[in-house]
Design a protein around this ligand. Structure first.
Ligand code: TXA
Ligand code: MG
Length: 499
């Protein structure tokens, strides 16, 4: 019997090229800069197919010939670079028409199975729209979601258990490493990770905010190893992560009405609450403070890990102290190396900045760190809160208030004004949204739709990409201080050069 072949089905617009809407002419084609490199890697192990939903044909905005012409043009660019696309599949229908292409099974996977002997169960779909992931699931393949194209815009519609990636290259890493987990460095699954934690080991794991480096809260020796691996000073306390309210009761006896309201509204999610601690919580977790910071993350992998380990998990972000937080498993390994911990893969983090830290030990709740939950949302539930945004704060109530943190190695400058043109190829630029700029150096736009949530999800990965280019400096422009804009600006401010 011939061996069933495995394939990767790639969405065209937003995944391999920019989505500039109803592309009818070749001058509108703009390939992502990592597309070719990625496809060359994938084709060593997978047949490649490109799938494209051209609803513009059904709507009469472009003709079938125009779409075909654009496909041929892209196909030729890829071929000239050594990439062979097995087949192109175009769906010309409007979404409203409930076309046969998508129901009951996505036609392209079925067709590729029939025509080329592709095994759906060994195949993947990569796309920037939630329906790409649905197609895959309906046909027994696995779908991966990318934040390029419309990925940021539709993120809110995506089910929580779908893995997301910043771009096609990261999604390919995921597909290719899947085949190599055996004997490969320190990746492990949830069950083994939980076992390792229970035996006093450290496990890095995905949360919806950033990757954490976890240890059993009630195992001080293991917690000590977190500080050593991160080179983190002991005065900086850790957040305890829980998967149930029962676990909260292992950490504090003081859950007042404000806390109850906040928990009901925002847990699981990117909100950390600081409570008076129970005596049994080890000092090493709380930095000797009489308080304990607790959060229930919403990432399904994080919740499953905590539940299986059956203990609260103390976890800071899985980076060296003061450096940029990791939003993929690869970022963790780049920073921490491969020794002294195991890691669970979980794609890119959806929120992308750390949780909001709110202290409930004061009469008026106090914001200790802006983060993944907007202050405006908290105030809707419990009214006005105080902000502790003052570096002179005595004995640093929360080291998250330290002036320097989250820093890339390249000096970064944060600028208030509108972007200026950049004539220096050694200067990188971080923009928020649709601002236009002429630049001889690399540019990272954090959101294409002026959406601070999308900007947060892209922030750290963009900082890391620029940091690898050997630039002289990075100039970042501030977002409006609203919603998650507050957290993004806070991180940029702390990443800014203090020399
Ligand atoms: O999103 C997050 O919060 C991530 C993920 C892994 O959950 N974790 C994270 O941890 O960012 P870390 O250690 O990088 O930041 C924890 C922040 C620090 O600013 C720390 O000072 C503050 O929480 N914190 C922890 N315990 C505290 C306490 N008892 N009182 C006041 N602040 C506390
Ligand atoms: Mg951190």
């Amino acid at each position: 019997m011939p061996i069933p072949k495995k394939a990767v089905f790639l969405d065209r617009d937003g995944t391999i090229i920019q989505d500039s809407g109803y592309i009818g002419t070749t001058d509108k084609v703009e390939m992502f800069n990592n597309t070719i490199e990625t496809l060359l890697r994938l084709q060593k192990e997978y047949e490649l197919f490109i799938v494209t939903n051209q609803s513009g044909i059904g709507k009469g905005l472009i003709t079938e010939e125009e779409a075909e012409n654009v496909n041929n043009y892209i196909d030729k660019i890829l071929k000239d670079s050594g990439v062979n696309i097995k087949e192109w599949y175009t769906c010309p229908h409007k979404t409203e028409d409930n076309c046969k292409c998508k129901k009951p099974q996505p036609f392209f996977i079925e067709k590729a199975a029939k025509d080329f002997g592709i095994d759906p169960a060994a195949s993947w779909v990569i796309g920037d729209h939630p329906h790409d992931v649905d197609f895959a699931a309906n046909a027994g393949a696995k779908g991966l979601y990318v934040l390029t194209g419309h990925g940021g815009k539709h993120l809110k519609e995506l089910p929580a258990d779908v893995e997301i990636f910043h771009n096609i290259s990261e999604a390919a890493d995921r597909i290719l490493s899947k085949n190599k987990t055996k004997g490969n460095n320190n990746y492990c699954n949830i069950k083994d990770g939980a076992e390792y934690l229970k035996n006093g080991g450290l496990v890095a794991f995905p949360t919806e905010t950033v990757y954490g480096l976890g240890a059993d809260v009630f195992c001080p020796d293991a917690v000590e190893n977190i500080f050593a691996l991160k080179k983190r000073p002991h005065f900086d306390p850790l957040i305890s992560h829980i998967s149930s309210i029962n676990m909260l009761q292992m950490l504090t006896d003081t859950v007042d009405e404000r806390a109850q309201k906040l928990i009901k509204a925002f847990w699981p999610g990117p909100l950390t609450l600081v409570f008076p601690k129970k005596e049994s919580v080890p000092d090493i977790v709380t930095g000797g403070n009489p308080t304990v910071a607790v959060r229930m993350p919403s990432h399904p992998t994080a919740l499953a890990l905590i539940e299986k380990a059956n203990t609260p998990i103390a976890a800071p972000s899985a980076n060296s102290f003061g450096k940029t937080s990791p939003t993929t498993s690869k970022h963790v390994i780049e920073q921490l190396g491969t020794e002294g911990y195991k890691i669970i893969e979980g794609g890119a983090c959806r929120v992308g900045v750390e949780s909001t830290v709110l202290s409930l030990v004061h009469k008026t709740p106090m914001l200790l760190r802006p983060g993944g939950l907007a202050v405006e949302e908290i105030e809707k539930i419990i009214g006005k809160i105080d902000t502790a945004n003052k570096p002179q704060l005595k004995n640093l109530e929360s080291p998250g208030l330290l002036a320097s943190h989250y820093a890339p190695s390249t000096p970064l400058y944060l600028i208030d004004a509108l972007p200026k043109d950049n004539g220096n190829p050694k200067t990188g630029i971080i923009l928020f949204g649709e601002q236009k700029i002429k630049s001889d150096g690399p540019v990272e736009a954090l959101s294409t739709t002026n959406d601070p949530e999308e900007a947060a999800a892209n922030l750290y990965a963009a900082m890391r990409r620029l940091d690898k280019l050997g630039l002289e400096k990075i100039i970042a422009y501030k977002l409006p201080d609203k919603g998650l804009g507050l957290a993004v600006n806070d991180r940029l401010k702390k990443a800014a050069y203090k020399g």
